[in-house]
Design a protein around this ligand. Structure first.
Ligand code: ADP
Length: 380
């Protein structure tokens, strides 16, 4: 019956932003219509999913009852509640153990250090004394971080150069749980995506390189410009991390390539912004493999379809132009793949992305840039 929630593979997605929107699209391709737990009517995925339910993440237990398998587009969850739901027999994928590792950076750092994974020096910061102790051993700059993954657009990292600056940040954000980390000389910021089924079968994607502008990820490039040994090591590291945290679905592993080698930066227990490129660049996108993995279905191949691929994020500018109004011009850039998320434009808000494949990074980037410029109403 139209509108009924199909019994086969009753998948529920908690969250309804752009990640859920693209995960939903990938599931629909397989004949599976997930139910979403959205917070607002105009959430990006809720617009595209008539089965969306609206509620606060606290309504998780009621939502879980409707689903055979529960998955997530973000980690901002009540972990105690999630653990109770999981303990009551609900199929939660990834499980609370994996989500905790992504949500709580201090816990994650402690586990990784214990297991011998490469992480920066770190310490919990309960007040100025902890911070000054840390700085006296490791020196400034010190990287202060909010322990818990924040809301999108909420700042959670401060690179402080001096004791005075540190005191200012503590005065302003001391109500949050904070940690300190030693400053890393970053050569490149890399992301490895792993899709992993219950039971441990896993595949990793070719490494992506992220470039930043004004603190926001601007471009994703695949393959990352790193040598073969680093690429092998990064993929192997990501697969070991996925095993360590019993990941199911996509685990995104953010790495720093530093002058001293690879360091684990962050984990995301879900499809990742750097993985949008896989929609066109891989036989199976990260979203489809996430759906397959959480439903314990065979994973698809993850290799690259082209020698090079570039994704450019479409970020709202100060002029507040709606990229949807410039779709005609962007689609005239043949070969560029335009994705818009149906969001109301706001400066700094991620409204969509453009991906292009090419024979090399420059060629792919040029194409993606032209379409992105067109969306902003600019001549490239
Ligand atoms: P977020 O949750 O905001 O993505 P991250 O931990 O990824 O937080 O940090 C955001 C950015 O801050 C990183 O992409 C990197 O550029 C910089 N950064 C984070 N940690 C360090 C560090 N230890 N040393 C140097 N730069 C860092």
């Amino acid at each position: 019956m139209p509108g009924d929630f199909p019994a086969l593979y009753r998948l529920g997605i908690v969250g309804a932003g752009q990640i859920a929107r693209m995960t939903h699209q990938a599931a629909v391709k397989l004949g599976i219509t997930p139910r979403l737990l959205a917070e607002h009517l105009d959430d990006s995925a809720a617009q595209a999913a008539p089965e969306a339910m609206f509620g606060h993440p606290d309504t998780l237990a009621a939502f879980a009852d409707l689903c055979e398998v529960l998955t997530f587009e973000h980690e901002r969850l009540d972990l105690g509640l999630l653990q109770l739901i999981e303990d009551s027999g609900a199929v939660v994928r990834p499980g609370t153990k994996t989500i905790r590792a992504a949500f709580d950076k201090l816990h994650q750092r402690r586990v990784l250090l214990n297991r011998g994974f490469p992480v920066p020096a770190f310490a919990e910061v309960r007040g100025p004394d902890d911070l000054f102790d840390f700085a006296s051993t490791h020196g400034f700059p010190v990287v202060l971080k909010s322990v818990r993954a924040g809301l999108p657009g909420q700042r959670g990292v401060w690179i402080v150069e001096s004791a005075n600056e540190a005191l200012r940040v503590l005065a302003e954000h001391g109500d949050r749980d904070l940690m300190a980390e030693s400053f890393q000389a970053i050569v490149k910021e890399l992301v490895v995506l792993v899709a992993r089924r219950p039971g441990g079968f896993a595949r990793s994607y070719p490494i992506a390189e992220m470039t930043y502008q004004d603190g926001e990820v601007r471009e994703i490039r695949v393959p990352a410009a790193v040598g073969h040994p680093v690429a092998v090591q990064a993929r192997e590291l990501a697969l070991r991390l996925a095993d360590e945290f019993d990941a199911v679905g996509v685990l995104a592993v953010e790495l720093f390539l530093t002058t001293d080698g690879l360091i684990v930066n962050e984990l995301a227990a879900r499809p990742h912004n750097a993985g949008h490129v896989t929609i066109e660049n891989s036989p199976t996108s990260q979203f489809e493999n996430h759906v397959r993995a959480v439903l314990d279905l065979p994973l698809g191949p993850t290799w690259s379809n082209a020698p090079a691929a570039v994704t450019i994020n479409v970020i709202g500018g100060l002029e507040n132009i709606d990229p949807a109004n410039n779709l005609v011009d962007a689609l005239a850039v043949e070969g560029a793949q335009v994705h818009l998320y149906g969001k109301i434009p706001r400066p700094g808000r991620k409204l969509g992305h453009v991906t292009a494949l090419g024979d090399d990074i420059e060629q792919a980037r040029e194409l993606a840039r032209r379409a992105e410029a067109a969306l902003h109403g600019r001549r490239p």
